[in-house]
Design a protein around this ligand. Structure first.
Ligand code: ADP
Ligand code: MG
Length: 634
């Protein structure tokens, strides 16, 4: 049989795994018999990961051991996630610098978003392995069409950490269209309306000769079924305050029971005209209320209406009118609500596709794509899925301006080449700074990578011909190479987003993940504590060699030395709690030293001195940004 490749929908709220069997996609259920695996991860008291429905109870009982919606943090930087942090109880490690990979705390241990997603993926992989009775190592994973390079990289990393070779990342709307077999109609335009648990996405796709192209995407990253649940919860809390005279809005367990009941009621209302919302409160009191379909519809209309402006904007961006759309596809659990179908029907003036389960279509499409890649039966070689780059890609040229090389909305895979030259006589190295975004200045764009092209023979400014080539593969991942044509000197990077994970980190995570499946989490705690020890000792070493140390009183110096000695004796031992306490102690005693060091650093910058950086080779002329003089573009 052909290679076994699974299709995975790695969702914000729910994830699924599917496989093509006898010409049709089949969703593979979990141990609990359910198809949907909630994207919730917890650590049990032994430190072992728990995923899905089993992890949900931790959200209430020990919320510090559980996390959900981690897709929101994938491939994102501290600066990107402010709005998420306000709305979601993510516990980020407190020492993350802007530009660093985020780390979340789970039961006192920190994990990056790809590691947490990997736990979900590993569960799906296990479900598939149980189903097949054999190993599964290859997968196709879906991502939102608007995911940028870093978010796609992070998703691939998560797959690798979970022990899956990710053969292809497919856009979710494309997968849904495949599930409906829309590729068979060869030409036309498709609108995919995806209303899930916490996010709303709309995509306009164009099909030409059976090839999908994303024309436009839009949406609201904070709009979904959760908003409907919250409205119903608020009503119940109000009722309970009024009728029963108790305010239970701060009682976590009570609110959780209400949440469970309102979700059941909401789901029942998609079929019934009247439901009973019934909750047994922890204090033995009983809450009951009837909700009719018209009442429900009036309540949620404002939430549902918020999906309309993004749809209209996407149409405008694609240069289309609603009447230009040939097919409308419904995706996401919240499109089961009849009223949602109604407004979609009304907007596009046509009957949307909803014969398939809207929360399963993306996984089904992923399975179809997996089957194509496996060369399975029914798969045609010509079935190509083309997508677009959501943002422009370019490099920083002289003066900090961006020279765009691949423009946004280019169909991928794509490649483009531009030529640059030097701005200074005798320049032997250039720094290539790869950025993503639409703004004019590199500092306003997302920095993706930096690398140096060295060893250019000294020539007058403007003479070297430096060819920079960008290649985006079918997954939307970028490779950049630069070559000086007169000397043949070349440099190349597979773009590792600045705030993404390096290959080494991923390798380490893969190893770690094997370990900690069996190992006690304590081991990890010890390693982390030791790593932190190294960091603080290194910082202290730096401080001692600078002027700030001299500014301290001898008492302060002595106290720091004693605290340091204590930490050094503990660090190789296995008592991570003691190591942490010693770290805290040293941190406290070095507060003033750190402040003084910071002052010196700031004043040296103010005086125009650059701080020494250790990683610049002394024998190389300082890399100079490219001159904007552009000779030729292809
Ligand atoms: P995501 O893509 O965000 O991971 P899903 O597509 O699985 O999420 O959608 C989950 C949402 O769909 C939840 O808010 C859930 O309550 C809602 N949902 C599922 N079934 C129904 C239904 N029959 N009626 C209304 N809402 C539903
Ligand atoms: Mg989804």
């Amino acid at each position: 049989m052909a290679d076994r490749i699974i299709g995975i929908d790695l969702g914000t709220t729910n994830s699924l795994v599917a496989f093509m069997q006898d010409g049709a996609p089949v969703i593979i259920p979990g141990e609990d018999g359910l198809n949907l695996v909630p994207s919730v991860v917890a650590l049990d008291d032994k430190g072992n990961p728990v995923v899905g429905n089993a992890a949900r109870k931790y959200l209430v009982e020990t919320p510090e051991r559980a996390v959900y919606s981690v897709k929101r943090l994938m491939g994102r930087d501290l600066r990107d996630v402010q709005d998420e942090l306000e709305l979601f109880p993510f516990r980020l490690a407190d020492d993350i610098a802007p530009g660093e990979v985020l780390r979340l705390s789970l039961g006192g241990v920190t994990f990056t978003p790809p590691e947490i997603s990997a736990m979900v993926l590993r569960q799906l992989k296990r479900n598939a392995e149980r189903y097949f009775g054999g190993a599964v190592t290859k997968a196709v994973i879906t991502v939102p069409a608007y995911f940028n390079d870093a978010q796609r990289q992070a998703t691939k990393d998560a797959g690798r950490i979970a022990g899956l070779e990710v053969l292809r990342l497919v856009n979710e709307p494309t997968a849904a269209s495949l599930a409906y077999g829309l590729d068979r109609r060869k030409n036309g335009t498709i609108a995919v309306y995806d209303f899930g648990g916490g996010t709303f996405d709309v995509s306009i796709l164009k099909l030409h000769d059976g090839i999908f192209e994303v024309l436009a995407t839009n949406g609201d990253t904070h709009l979904g079924g959760d908003d409907i649940d919250n409205l119903l919860i608020r009503i119940a809390l109000n009722d309970i305050r009024g009728d029963l005279g108790v305010d239970i809005s701060r009682n976590g367990e009570a609110v959780q029971r209400i949440r469970k009941a309102v979700i059941e009621a909401k789901i029942a209302l998609s079929l019934a005209d009247l439901v009973k919302l019934e909750v047994e409160l922890p204090d033995g009191k009983h809450y009951l209320r009837e909700i009719t379909r018209p009442q429900f519809e009036a309540l949620i209309a404002p939430v549902i209406d918020r999906t309309l402006p993004p749809c209209k904007q996407a149409l405008r961006d694609a240069g289309l009118l609603p009447s230009d759309i040939d097919e409308v596809v419904l995706v996401g659990g919240s499109t089961r609500i009849p009223q949602v179908r109604q407004i979609v029907r009304h907007l596009f003036q046509r009957e949307p596709h909803c014969q398939l389960n809207p929360d399963e279509v993306v996984a089904a499409g992923a399975a179809i794509q997996a089957n194509i890649l496996a060369g399975g039966s029914g798969a045609t070689k010509e079935m190509l899925l083309l997508d677009i780059t959501p943002l422009s890609l370019g490099i920083e040229a002289l003066g900090g301006v961006v020279a765009k090389i691949i423009h946004r909305n280019s169909t991928i895979p794509a490649s483009a080449t531009e030529h640059f030259t030097t701005g200074v006589d005798g320049q032997t190295a250039v720094a290539v700074h790869v950025v993503q975004g639409e703004r004019e200045l590199a500092q306003d764009c997302r920095s993706l990578a930096r690398f140096d092209l060295q060893g250019i023979p000294p020539m007058p400014a403007g003479l070297p011909r430096i060819e920079v080539r960008f290649l985006i593969d079918a997954n939307g991942i970028l490779q950049v190479s630069a070559r000086e044509q007169r000397s043949g000197q070349a440099a190349h990077v597979s773009v590792q987003p600045s705030y993404g994970l390096t290959d080494d980190q991923v390798e380490k995570m893969i190893l770690d993940s094997f370990d900690y499946a069996e190992q006690d989490i304590e081991q990890r705690q010890i390693i982390e504590a030791r790593n932190e020890t190294e960091t603080i000792l290194a910082a202290l070493h730096k401080g001692r060699n600078g002027p700030a140390w001299q500014a301290l009183g001898s008492d302060e110096q002595r106290a720091i030395n004693a605290s340091e000695g204590h930490l050094r004796t503990l660090r190789e031992g296995g008592d991570y709690k003691a190591i942490r306490a010693a770290i805290d102690d040293l941190n406290e005693r070095t507060t003033r030293l750190a402040e003084l060091m910071m002052d010196t650093a700031v004043s040296s910058v103010l005086q125009g001195k650059t701080m020494a950086t250790a990683d610049v080779g002394d024998d190389i002329a300082a890399p100079h940004p490219f001159a904007a003089a552009e000779i030729k573009s292809t």
